[in-house]
Ligand binder design. Structure first.
Ligand code: C5P
Length: 230
């Protein structure tokens, strides 16, 4: 089977309070999206890459990736899941049913090449796939609903993981799972949740906790620091 990469980049990054979407903020004068794409494409693993973009995107033509002929674009959708499905459909002519698709957030530029290699080698013989994830380090509190947040209980963290990306699944299983989850109205915040709903349980592959998703402005400095040390 071949490996295909999807990097959803159609979000508008509301939580960043910036003038443009977070994938087009710059670290060391490069778009975050360009850093992410080059870190993954440099692996030489992928037969192709599809990047779903927002209909109002004005920045892609300025990216380094736009002149890379291994990278194709398609139009994204309202939610992340719509963007990923649109990319899966756009790849349809080129892929086989049991090819692997790796989905990675544009906003995670700190992904480590050793984690990518480990994910792929761990799962290459698996029938479903899985995801990079990191064990939860903090003690977790569940809040009692109400105007003032009060603890209702401490949650046992020993079995809890933070879902990271890439998430890697067989092409046709992923398409079916995302379509079903959308139809049934199941919340899909990552590909794994749709797979879980379909009953195909993904494997957790431990990854570095510094594979952060840039979400709020302070994450930009943190990502710059992490990238400097990778
Ligand atoms: O907003 P959030 O941090 O969950 O976005 C995760 C990734 O999904 C980002 O790379 C963002 O650009 C992408 N996304 C998308 N289409 C959407 C919403 C988010 O491709 N409609």
């Amino acid at each position: 089977p071949k490996y295909w990469l999807i990097v959803p980049a159609a979000g508008i990054g509301q939580r960043m309070k910036a003038e443009y979407p977070k994938q087009y903020l710059r670290i060391n004068n490069r778009f975050i999206l360009d850093i992410t794409l080059s870190r993954l494409m440099d692996s030489g693993l992928f037969a192709g890459c599809m990047v779903p973009l927002n209909a109002d995107d004005q920045w892609w033509p300025e990216s380094d990736a736009s002149s890379d002929d291994r990278i194709q674009t398609c139009s994204g959708g309202t939610e992340r899941v719509d963007s990923v499905l649109s990319a899966l459909y756009a790849l349809n002519e080129q892929v086989a049913a049991d090819d692997w698709v790796l989905v990675h957030d544009a906003a995670r530029p700190c992904v480590h090449s050793a984690d990518l290699a480990n994910l792929v080698s761990t799962l290459s013989d698996h029938s479903v796939g899985g995801l990079l994830a990191a064990p939860v380090a903090d003690t977790l509190k569940k809040a009692r609903p109400g105007s003032e947040a009060t603890v209702s209980e401490t949650v046992d963290r020993s079995q809890l993981w933070r879902a990271l990306t890439p998430q890697m699944f067989r092409y046709s299983l992923l398409v079916n799972a995302l379509e079903t989850a959308l139809k049934e109205g199941v919340p899909v915040t990552d590909e794994s949740s749709a797979m879980e709903f379909s009953g195909n349980m993904p494997v957790l592959v431990e990854g570095r906790p510094d594979n952060i998703k840039i979400t709020v402005p302070a994450d930009l400095d943190l990502a710059g620091f992490i990238l400097g040390r990778l």
